[in-house]
Design a binder for this molecule. Sequence first.
Ligand SMILES: [Mg+2]
Length: 102
Amino acid sequence: MNNLYKLAEGLNKRYPDGNSPYQIATRLAEECGEVASEVNHFEGSGIKNLKRGEPSKASMAGELKNVLSCVMQLAIYYQVQDELEQTINASLAKLKSGGYID
Ligand SMILES: [Mg+2]
């Protein structure tokens, strides 16, 4: 989480004019589309497979990172870092008490 917040803070400083909530949400939607494209590529269901060659784990990871960066930028914008951590911890506790994780 800390590295993701650092990444988002760095991106906010590097691109100070692109961080309104609507700009971030638009980027998030765009990046989710790019993740979907990677899924298509891995699953061989996209129409551009011949053009794109073999799927790349690095490309998939890069697009997932882009999505996570946008999510963290929204968390920072709305100052919900503590609430995000709490809701994650609550979900982890539920899964733990249900015996799904250690
Ligand atoms: Mg991307």
